[in-house]
Design a protein around this ligand. Structure first.
Ligand SMILES: Cc1cc2nc3c(=O)[nH]c(=O)nc-3n(C[C@H](O)[C@H](O)[C@H](O)COP(=O)(O)OP(=O)(O)OC[C@H]3O[C@@H](n4cnc5c(N)ncnc54)[C@H](O)[C@@H]3O)c2cc1C
Length: 534
């Protein structure tokens, strides 16, 4: 028997899953006869319905109800739930990372559809990778919801007014659809959840949206954007226009105009960078996205196709590049599936053209803005349309029923404030400090050992009657904070960053495990303490 034609899809988002769905329909007979084999590789075994992700923050939709298992949607596709490590175009093979069995997969293909989306990239902005919460996947929404509840819990028992103010300040960067929808849900949630906390007063809560332009939602007509803007402000969201987020520390958002906002919750919905796998592909790109022809094939490699956020696709009807939306990704998926089948059968391919049906943005609490077939709608009607349309689009009947039930219960029940402790043990983390920022103070409890990787810090000790005296300066490759960890005493000095500094922080448990089991490290640390004490 002849080898089957292998069609491999990379990515389990809108682009990848809808390509598999359409191919299953178009090639039903060939798959049954074993002439065609479909495969899909994705990190997760489910597709996230991102338009509803903001509602996970407020809990108006259950955490698992915005994801649908790919296996149920595409029962005739072989699913490989693995991280892809490399794509070898010359040998037509894809390598995935090792799984439980510690064996990597090499998957060979005749046709490859790349639908890997883009990634949240904080490169070039100090501290964002460490302190800003991204907002793209289900885990991000869950982490944010937990952070909001955690900060309310902390604020409820925090006596220091400055710390309390930072805990009750929530900053979201990005005035596009995802930033606006996220800030609207966040604002509704913290303000209504705060009623369950005895010592948190509503007027203490501050929610800030940072937007680089002069009007939020630039994708929408100005009248709708103005409506959204006024509504958010009326509900207590402070909007900072023409303001970029340029960095972060553990307790501050650093703004482009030099201003700082003390906060413990910073969400960044910008910027998106190319997926590293896509960046490595030796094909032509347009702003980091794979450039394809009108049939969605990469001109330099036959059998290589790309759709969704990772592809630069010119719409034949407008001549413009398609925006990165789910609406476009699903249409491109259907078109690529059709063109792969046309190639297999030797029939004409279709040119990709799609008129977006409209744009919608939810503003929380029964309000939204929408432009549908050129018609502008705002307020309750837009919200009702938003819910109806997205409920229809949500893949899987069981998910539709669950979400509809969530929405009904949300009308009558108070918001859930249960915090799920999902964080794993830290061990080692990276931290960023601004020049002048205190890393720890004399007298603090010592939970971390720090290693300077970039910048310079100063160790200061208070001397009665003389204020703080500088003991030493430390640079890259030097460590501090070891005395409190080894002797289990409070910090014996204050450490402050002299210049913008990156450090590696090793937590108490990890440090003590290494200290006890690695004699050379024990010897080094003891010697260091002896020399510093002298
Ligand atoms: C919060 C939010 C709200 C949004 N709201 C809307 C909306 O209302 N309307 C709209 O039209 N669009 C919306 N969008 C945009 C829309 O979600 C995207 O345009 C769409 O998801 C793009 O689909 P995609 O398949 O190209 O990429 P993605 O959905 O990002 O899928 C990429 C897939 O590739 C997988 N992957 C990536 N790298 C690897 C790897 N190395 N190994 C294995 N798997 C990998 C990922 O796990 C993922 O499954 C929203 C986006 C966000 C973040």
């Amino acid at each position: 028997m002849n080898e089957p034609t292998r069609i491999l899809i990379l990515g389990g988002g809108f682009g990848g899953v809808y390509t598999a769905l359409t191919l299953e329909k178009l090639l039903r007979a060939e798959i049954r006869r074993g002439e065609v084999e479909l495969g899909l590789v994705s990190r997760e075994n489910s597709i996230v319905f991102q338009p509803m992700l903001p509602e996970v923050i407020s809990g108006s939709i259950g955490v698992l109800d915005v994801i649908t298992p790919i296996r149920r949607l595409c029962p005739n596709t072989n699913l490989y739930t693995r991280t892809i490590e490399s794509i070898d175009l010359a040998h037509r093979s894809v390598q995935s990372a090792v799984g439980f069995g510690s064996r990597a997969h090499h998957l060979h293909y005749d046709h490859l559809v790349v639908a890997l989306g883009n990634v949240t990239s904080f490169a070039g902005s100090p501290g964002l990778a460490e302190y800003a919460l991204p907002f793209k996947y289900l885990g991000d929404a869950l982490a944010l919801r937990n952070r909001l509840i955690h900060t309310l819990e902390e604020a409820d028992i925090e006596p220091d007014p400055a710390v309390r103010r930072a805990l009750l300040t929530f900053v979201v960067a990005g005035g596009g659809f995802s930033g606006v929808e996220a800030v609207a849900e966040l604002n509704d949630f913290v303000r209504s959840a705060a009623r369950s906390f005895r010592r948190v007063r509503p007027e203490e809560i501050r929610v800030v949206l940072l937007h680089a332009g002069g009007l939020i939602l630039p994708e929408l007509p100005a009248s709708l954007a103005t409506f959204a803007q006024s509504l958010l402000m009326k509900r207590g969201v402070e909007i900072r226009f023409n303001t970029r987020l340029v960095g972060a520390t553990a307790d501050m958002a650093l703004l482009g105009d030099g201003d700082r906002i003390a906060t413990r919750t910073l969400v960044s919905t910008v910027p998106s960078g190319p997926n590293p796998l896509v960046a490595m592909l030796p094909v032509k790109k347009e702003r980091g996205r794979i450039l394809v022809d009108a049939s969605l094939e990469v001109p330099e490699y036959s059998g290589l196709w790309a759709v969704g956020d990772c592809a630069a696709i010119r719409d034949a009807s407008t001549g413009e590049f398609c925006p990165p939306t789910a609406q476009h990704a699903t249409r491109q998926a259907a078109a690529v599936a059709h063109n792969i089948v046309a190639t297999l059968r030797g029939t004409p391919r279709k040119v990709f053209a799609f008129h977006a049906l409209g744009k919608m943005g939810s503003l929380g609490r029964r309000s939204a803005v929408a432009e549908i077939f050129g018609l502008k709608v705002s307020g309750f009607l837009a919200w009702w349309l938003w819910r109806t349309i997205y409920l229809m689009k949500l893949p899987g009947l069981d998910r539709k029923i669950r979400v509809a039930t969530d929405w009904m219960l949300d009308l009558i029940l108070p918001p859930d404030i249960v915090q799920l402790k999902t964080e794993r043990a830290l061990g080692v983390r990276r931290e960023y400090f601004e020049a002048g920022q205190v890393i720890f103070r004399e007298g603090d409890r010592g939970d971390w050992l720090y290693i300077v990787t970039e910048g310079e810090v100063e160790v200061l000790k208070s001397v009665p009657g003389q204020g703080e005296q500088s003991l030493r300066r430390l640079g890259p490759g030097e460590c501090f904070g070891e005395i409190a960890l080894v002797s289990d005493v409070a910090r014996s000095a204050t450490v402050r960053a002299l210049s913008p500094s990156n450090v590696l922080a090793v937590d108490r448990e990890a440090f003590q495990a290494m200290f006890a089991s690695l004699p050379p490290l024990k010897g080094f640390v003891e010697q260091l303490i002896a020399s510093r004490s002298a």
